[in-house]
Write a protein that binds this ligand. Structure first.
Ligand SMILES: Nc1ncnc2c1ncn2[C@@H]1O[C@H](COP(=O)(O)OP(=O)(O)OP(=O)(O)O)[C@@H](O)[C@H]1O
Length: 254
């Protein structure tokens, strides 16, 4: 499902945080959102998900204005994995992932074996099946992160918004989550700090002081000039002899 933002703006106590952001993500595309700390990535994701209401502009899901949809209608289309998202204690991992099915349940459509299968599959793809009966409170940071991703997958969204989903994850789980996201036939916007990992996205959007200052293919966007001007680092580009992929090495600007 296509996701479109038109001229989005939002401010906090009169200070502009997101300014004039317009973008379109095609059905099935993965857009990486990068930018320095405080550049507005999380705020933009919260505007795209409807958690925050834009002061200017609008968000369209499959051509329909998000602002005119009920929470349930939005939740059937779009799932979010927020940074440091919390879930109430005294529930198991399975309970937390089952919450992802809520938008699809009703008196006429009670919980069924199909929901059990969707939850089991979501737990399996993030390698959490073995921890399904564990109390949420006992999980490590990385296990919580993977359980949040499983909850979002159980929602069976057509649009997935992820805010630094590889935070807390060891390298094996970082790579498996990124590969999973890239392979999902779902429109995805993913905020990332690791610019080498961001190179794996279909396109990248670069946030700087609340504005989207670049949008395009990773190889076109991540130039020496942009890395200097936006991130304040000097970059050198290497080639991985294993597969010819481009790797960026970063150096502090003295
Ligand atoms: N509710 C709020 N009230 C005041 N300031 C806010 C609010 N929400 C965000 N900000 C400020 O807006 C700026 C952008 O924040 P945001 O979390 O969107 O950045 P980010 O690019 O996701 O940063 P990071 O990479 O550090 O996660 C920051 O300076 C933040 O302090």
């Amino acid at each position: 499902m296509r996701l479109r933002a038109e001229n989005l703006g939002w401010s906090a106590r009169g200070v502009p945080i997101v300014r004039g952001v317009g973008l379109e993500v095609a059905a099935g595309e993965t857009l990486g959102l990068i930018g320095p700390n405080g550049s507005g990535k999380s705020t933009l994701l919260r505007l795209l998900s409807g958690v925050l209401k834009p002061e200017a502009g609008e968000v369209l899901l499959g051509g329909e204005p998000l602002a005119r949809m009920s929470r349930r209608q939005v939740a059937r289309r779009l799932a979010v994995v927020e940074q440091q998202a919390e879930t109430a204690d005294r529930i198991t991992v399975r309970d937390a992932v089952e919450l992802g099915r809520t938008p699809w349940l009703s008196a006429l459509r009670p919980w069924s074996a199909a929901d059990d299968a969707i939850v089991a599959e979501a737990l399996a793809v993030v390698e959490m099946s073995g921890l399904a009966e564990r109390d949420w409170a006992t999980l490590s940071g990385g296990e919580r992160q993977r359980a949040h991703i499983a909850r979002a997958l159980a929602q069976r969204p057509r649009i997935l918004l992820l805010d630094e989903p590889t935070n807390h994850l060891d390298i094996h789980h970082q790579l498996s989550i990124l590969r999973l996201v890239a392979e999902l036939p779902v429109t995805t916007v993913i905020a990332l700090h690791d610019l080498n990992q961001a190179m794996g996205c279909d396109r990248l959007g670069v946030m700087h002081h609340g504005r989207l200052v670049a949008l395009g293919a990773p190889g076109e966007v991540l130039t020496t000039e942009l890395l200097r001007d936006v991130f304040g680092v000097r970059a050198s580009f290497l080639t991985d002899p294993a597969d010819g992929a481009r790797i960026i090495r970063f150096h502090a600007v003295s």
